[in-house]
Design a protein around this ligand. Structure first.
Ligand code: ADP
Length: 549
């Protein structure tokens, strides 16, 4: 990626000399025009490091694919050390290339922000700092039996009101509980008081600060990530004893990360080694919150939909959480500290989006490139009557069906790979329509458009299908690294690269493309009705005891 010119960064409120990195001699005002912010974007399929200038333009990027492990049907794991190494390599490679090829200067990187896949659960030994096994990744469904059991426990009905999430295989709490019940190493560490728990943000921040051997051990998380664990009270942004008790977690035996604001000059510590040694980490947001921030969705009523591995629609509801009556999640959108109140969102989570495309590439060998799946889908006018309920991890919002699995309906001798490719893309679009309907019912407000981003939003045919199926304009920015931008914004706000959200009004506005609905409403309604029929028919496929057959 080449350098972009014409940046017009915000003025720091206060820039004292002691803040200037060693060797930089400009006056504070001159320097303000040359600040950059780094952003670690640790996603499900890849890790990235980007450098943004003060106008929110990316000037450099390095990305590395991440290995996903599927050791058994329904299991989804990653190696925490591989995650860490991929992040470190991205930072090193990106900064060096920026310096060597684009005249960058690492001393001008004022701070680093971090955004991450959410819910993915990491456990490590607090004495050694080493992981106690693989991370359990967010779509993993090994906990489905445990969830059925938890639903019948006393108090199960009150959890959502406190934490905003329904009981499902999705949050970290059930993943941790499963590890405690099934993994001897984890159980032993817990009994001996050595167990540390974290989502990927906590793990990375801990290790980037130097881990167990650091002068100051940093074990923290922010409210957006903590709100995905099911351990946090959505209103106080603190761990809640009722929730911990429900899951049988004894705080004396386990180190939980301290919950801090998403933007903070001190709480996340500093990078301990490598090219950015000494640079503070000052922003942390779960990936979907970060995309909302990167899309500048700061006003109540604004929404974004990110088509990554899964697909997540976040709708800003303002300073009070809204507990959904229609299968959506209540979550923390961002908490920028400095006396600002936390902002909440209603969220519609879809487990499979880009991962459906990857499934066609990796498992079925349709092509060797995701963008070819789009071309294949575009080669036919419609799905030829095919509906693909891509319930590889059951169905998330608004359905929450955990006994469904991926099911193709309507195959005939006419069906081709192209129809399957199209039905795969459409599955995410139908679920988005269902989520929009639920959001309208919860909020009493109809969205006028959705801002989109994420890998799958590169697909024009998918975005047009989205506009048609949901009968809503789809607004796609030219710069689609919005998730990384959000973390840079959180980091930059903490150290005065930006001071007020209004300074970001012009960020990422150039070159947006609008996809408008071209399909008649009646036809879209008919297709959606058929989709819902398919969803109902996919229910109940997984039965207890099946694994023995
Ligand atoms: P995450 O942050 O969850 O790792 P990304 O936002 O990086 O996800 O998106 C990656 C996903 O986007 C992959 O599943 C990939 O298959 C899909 N993808 C990327 N480009 C395209 C494209 N042109 N057409 C279809 N799918 C795409």
């Amino acid at each position: 990626m080449t350098s972009l010119s014409g940046s017009a960064p915000g003025q720091p409120r206060q820039q004292e000399d002691e803040h200037l990195p060693h060797g930089i001699t400009e006056t504070a005002a001159e320097l303000a025009h040359n600040w950059f912010v780094g952003s670690i974007d640790q996603g499900t399929t890849s890790s990235r490091f980007l450098i943004f200038d003060g106008a929110g333009n990316p000037v450099a990027m390095r990305q590395l694919e991440l290995e996903n492990l599927y050791p058994r049907s329904g299991w989804h794991e990653q190696d925490p050390l591989t995650i860490l190494r991929s992040v470190e390599e991205c930072i090193e490679g990106c900064v060096r290339e920026w310096e060597e090829e684009n005249g960058g200067d690492r001393r001008r990187i004022r701070a680093v922000g971090l955004t991450n896949q959410r819910e993915t659960t990491v456990v490590w030994d607090r004495e050694t700092g080493e992981p106690l096994g693989n991370a359990v990744v967010w779509p993993d469904t090994r906990t489905s039996g445990l969830v059925r059991e938890l639903r019948s426990r006393e108090g199960a009905g009150e959890l959502t009101e406190i934490c905003g999430l329904p009981l499902s295989t999705y949050p970290s709490s059930v993943k941790l509980l499963w590890l405690l019940q099934n993994d001897e190493r984890v159980k032993k560490a817990y009994d001996e008081g050595r167990l540390a728990f974290g989502t990927v943000d906590s793990w990375l921040i801990y290790r980037l600060n130097g881990g167990a051997g650091a002068e100051k051990v940093v074990h923290v998380t922010d409210g957006t990530n903590a709100s995905r664990t099911m351990f946090m009270d959505l209103r106080t942004l603190q761990y809640d004893d009722r929730l911990l008790k429900f899951f049988g977690i004894d705080r004396e035996k386990i180190a939980l990360p301290r919950i801090v604001p998403s933007s903070d000059a001190e709480a996340f510590g500093k990078i301990a080694s490598g090219v950015l040694a000494g640079v503070p980490i000052t922003g942390c947001l779960g990936d979907q919150s970060s995309a909302l921030v990167g899309q500048c969705g700061f006003k109540p009523g604004q929404a974004k939909n990110t088509y990554g591995t899964g697909c997540f629609l976040l709708y800003n509801v303002g300073e009070e959480p809204v507990i959904s009556k229609n299968g959506l999640l209540a979550t923390v959108a961002y908490d920028f500290g400095k006396g600002r109140k936390p902002v909440y969102a209603l969220e519609g989570s879809i487990a499979v989006a880009g991962s459906g495309v990857n499934f066609l590439v990796n498992n079925l060998g349709f092509s060797d490139d995701p963008s070819r799946i789009s071309e294949l889908a575009e080669s036919v006018e419609d799905s030829g009557g095919l509906v693909f309920v891509t319930a590889f991890s059951g169905l998330f919002a608004p359905y929450w069906i955990d006994d469904a699995q991926g099911t193709l309906f309507g195959m005939t001798q006419y069906t081709t790979k192209a129809h399957i490719a199209r039905a795969t893309l459409e599955a995410t679009c139908f679920q988005t329509r269902a989520i929009l309907k639920a959001m309208e019912e919860d909020s009493g407000h109809k969205l006028e458009r959705i801002a989109v981003d994420g890998g799958l939003s590169n697909s024009d045919v998918c975005m047009q299908a989205q506009a048609d199926i949901a009968q809503i304009p789809v607004d796609r920015p030219a710069m689609r690294e919005t998730t990384a931008l959000g973390a840079a914004v959180a980091a930059g706000l903490a150290v005065g690269v930006w001071n007020e959200l209004e300074e970001l009004d012009d960020v990422n506005k150039i070159g947006r493309r609008m996809f408008t609905p071209k399909m008649p409403e009646k036809k879209a309604e008919g297709l959606f009705e058929k989709w819902n029929r398919a969803v109902e028919m996919s229910r109940g496929w997984v039965r207890e005891g099946d694994e023995k057959n």
